[in-house]
Every structure is written in C-alpha cells, then in structure tokens.
Design a protein around this ligand. Structure first.
Ligand SMILES: [Fe+2]
Length: 143
C-alpha cells in the first residue's frame, strides 16, 4: 500500500522554469517558504511559528528581487527598468500586507500573503521573469 503523501500547495513545474539555474534555485526557495507558510496556516500553528514563516517568505522574496535586478543589470538587460518597476509594485503590495501584522491575526495575515503569492508572485515568475530572461543576450550568464 502506498502511504498517503503530503501534497505541497505550491508545486514546482516546468512552466516556472526560467532557463537560468540560479534564478530557478531562488524561485524554488520561495516555493519552499510558501509551502511552509501554507502548512503553518493549515495546522493553525502558534503565533511564533506563523511569524517565522511570514518573515522567511517576505525576507527571502526581497533578497531574491534584489539579486534578480543585480543580475539583469550585469547583463545590461533591455527590460531592467520595467522589471524594477514590477518588483517595486510587488514590494509595495507585500509591505501593505506586512503592515497589517499585529492588526489582524497571523492566520489572516498568512492567508493574505498566500493569496498574494498565488495571484501576483507566481504569475510574475511565470510571465515577467521568463520574459526578462528571454529578452537579454545571454540568459545563462552567471549571477
Ligand atoms: Fe522578477
């Protein structure tokens, strides 16, 4: 009998593949953090655990945005400015979500963030990151 597997809420598949190994590795870390957050919400984890999951996801996302921009700069990407603007927009959105910390329950904050991941962050990876990497001369240059 096959044991029941714990399915990840955010499952990586090839549609998220940007063709750049290092950026994909970062994105996979974001998926991991998003799945941790989902599990914490599902299990109604205590406040401290939820807080750590939120922090991990927010901080890693910002770290990754900066790394991506540094990379696009290093290869003189033609879409650098547009991409920076997309990141600024996404950053403003997660900042708004984070500003609710302490005002609403961590559980509701987690749900808001999960909603943002599904509707904003994942489409960004699938569309804008892939578009940016396809528009530069050498998508396989090192980060
Ligand atoms: Fe991006």
């Amino acid at each position: 009998m096959v044991p029941e597997m714990d399915q990840d809420q955010f499952a990586w598949d090839e549609s998220y593949d940007t063709g750049n190994e290092k950026i994909d590795r970062d994105h996979k870390q974001i998926f991991m953090a998003a799945n941790l957050l989902h599990k914490a919400i599902e299990k109604k984890a205590e406040a401290a655990v939820m807080d750590k999951c939120l922090e991990l996801l927010l901080e890693y996302t910002v770290f990754h945005f900066n790394r991506e921009i540094a990379f696009f700069k290093s290869i003189s990407s033609t879409v650098l400015k547009d991409h920076q603007a997309y990141h600024d927009e996404l950053f403003a959105e997660i900042t708004t979500i984070r500003n609710n910390q302490g005002k609403i329950s961590d559980h509701d904050l987690g749900l808001a963030l999960e909603n943002w991941i599904t509707n904003r962050l994942l489409p960004h990876i699938m569309e804008k990151d892939i578009e940016a990497l396809n528009s530069v001369p050498n998508p396989f240059a090192n980060l």
